[in-house]
Design a protein around this ligand. Structure first.
Ligand code: CA
Ligand code: CA
Ligand code: CA
Ligand code: CA
Length: 491
């Protein structure tokens, strides 16, 4: 029975032999020195974590999911000698049989060289994981004398192990962002993103932590999400509009020795309507001539507003003192001034001054602010007396006189009145008559003869009642109707 069982064991072993021919010994490259100094630790069949010689190294390997047919080589290693990546081993390598290890695949013979006798694989060049992270190769054992393959080729992978040789980079920076002024603390402003070319899975070479180098105490940054937030209460655009924020991203989880990159974020505070209009003066005084045409500017007021755009625009209204509806006030779209105009003609003689209360009201108001901001000012209007022309009581007079009336006969009376109350100097001039019936006056100032006669002169008097009398009627007068133009002159 014992002999029978041994025979079965040998048969089983013989069945397994072809798949056990090739072992690969790996040198976990925890540090450049490890790979270079580890000897050819021979592994058992079906390599498993923890069954290799270097237990400490294997523990970290186990985290990544060990695959038995992988080798690892540290990137960017530049020692004086080629770095030993690993060793191939076969059970055929026993006794006096001369065998030869043959390497093929990616980088075989150029990047990776194999010692035909020992199976040692060396990296002949400096490798860059960020350029190529792994190489697929095949190994085969042949008869050194005949080159005859002793087993089928086995595929394995050489993975390039990451080192932290890439700093974080902000490819989208520099950034610009805006946030409303007076935002509450914690309001997100924007988010930045840095990338790191190192291995995002293994180690901390690409594990980034963000911090703020410039821009405190106004802004803060979430170290992980890189969201920039408002950090100071009551940031006022009217005090300062723009901020330069410098953000740093550091790998190795932000720890000492990590690499870092920076970017800038220019943050602009946008306006909210947080300032009322404010009149430049509390009392304006305008002297307006009583004959100012309706619709023409009689004075301008200005309510300044520290906000900008729509938030600085106001509309003006007269809220007191214009019971007669004499005035209106409109807004100059360019200057934002209020323009005081007349709606009805002024009359110095009936009202010499007005005291108006004018209000400026912001067009816009922030939601929840309880309505738009306002300000009021007093506008005093002093009406200025204008030198108005004399007014006749009637537009035309029809007077009759007998044809044989003697000289100095009163024909009738015309009445003129000067509306001005002071300083009037009124006299009437007979400018013209349409016939030769009245004696000719001296040559007028323009050099041509006019029939002019001063009828009467009254100084410092605003009303004239003048009698028109016959002066001199020629002998051959056949006049039946004469037309006179009487002019009132106010000096
Ligand atoms: Ca890095
Ligand atoms: Ca790297
Ligand atoms: Ca405002
Ligand atoms: Ca504002």
């Amino acid at each position: 029975m014992v002999g029978e069982s041994r025979r079965w064991s040998w048969r089983l072993l013989a069945m397994w032999m072809p798949v056990l021919l090739l072992w690969i010994t790996c040198f976990p490259p925890m540090a450049p020195g490890v790979a270079g100094t580890s000897g050819g630790v021979r592994t058992g069949s079906h390599v498993m974590p923890g069954r290799l010689g270097d237990g400490r190294a294997l523990l970290s390997r186990a985290k990544r999911g060990w695959v038995w047919n992988q080798m690892f080589v540290l990137e960017e290693f530049s020692g004086p000698d080629p770095i030993l990546v690993g060793r191939l081993h076969t059970d055929l390598d026993v006794g006096g049989k001369r065998i030869k290890y043959v390497l093929a695949g990616e980088g075989a013979g150029t990047i990776f060289a194999i010692n035909e006798m020992t199976g040692d694989i060396h990296a002949m060049k400096r490798l860059d994981r960020e350029e190529k992270a792994e190489y697929t190769l095949t190994a085969q054992v042949t008869n050194a004398d005949t080159d005859e393959p002793l087993e089928p080729p086995s595929e394995f992978i050489i993975k390039v192990q990451d080192i932290n040789d890439n700093p974080p980079q902000f490819t989208e920076g520099p950034y610009r962002a805006s946030v409303p002024e007076m935002s509450t603390v914690g309001t997100p402003v924007t988010r930045v993103t840095a990338s790191d070319a190192d291995d995002p899975v293994y180690g901390n070479s690409a594990r980034l932590v963000y911090s703020i180098l410039e821009g405190q105490p106004y802004f803060s940054i979430d170290p992980n999400s890189a969201t920039i937030k408002i950090a100071l209460h009551g940031m006022d655009r009217e005090m300062r509009e723009e901020y330069l924020v410098v953000i740093q991203a550091k790998d190795m989880g932000g720890h000492m020795g990590g690499l870092s990159g920076t970017t800038t974020v220019t943050v602009t505070l946008t306006d909210v309507n947080d300032n009322p209009p404010k009149f430049s003066k509390s009392l304006y005084e305008f002297v307006i001539p009583e004959d100012l045409p309706i619709g023409k500017a009689g004075g301008r007021v200005k309510a300044n507003d520290r906000d900008i755009g729509e938030n600085a625009k106001s509309t003006y209204n007269i809220i007191e003192g214009d019971e007669r509806g004499m005035f209106q006030i409109s807004t100059d779209g360019q200057t934002q001034e209020g323009i005081l105009k007349l709606k009805k003609p002024l009359d110095f003689e009936s009202k010499k001054a007005f005291t108006l209360k004018v209000e400026a009201t912001n067009l816009r108001s922030e939601p929840g602010s309880g309505g738009p901001y306002r300000d009021t000012a007093t506008v005093k209007v002093v009406v200025e007396d204008s030198d108005e022309p004399p007014v006749f009581t009637r537009p035309a007079y029809v007077l009759e006189v007998n044809e044989n009336a003697p000289v100095n006969t009163v024909i009738g009376t015309v009445n003129a009145r000067d509306p001005d109350t002071t300083g009037s100097l009124l006299f009437l001039v007979m400018l013209r008559c349409c016939t030769e019936c009245i004696h000719q006056s001296p040559t007028g100032p323009n050099g041509h003869t006019v029939h002019t006669q001063i009828i009467t002169v009254h100084t410092q008097i605003s009303t004239v009642h003048t009698q028109i009398r016959t002066m001199h009627i020629t002998q051959h007068c056949t006049l039946t109707t004469a037309l006179f133009v009487v002019c009132g002159i106010d000096l």
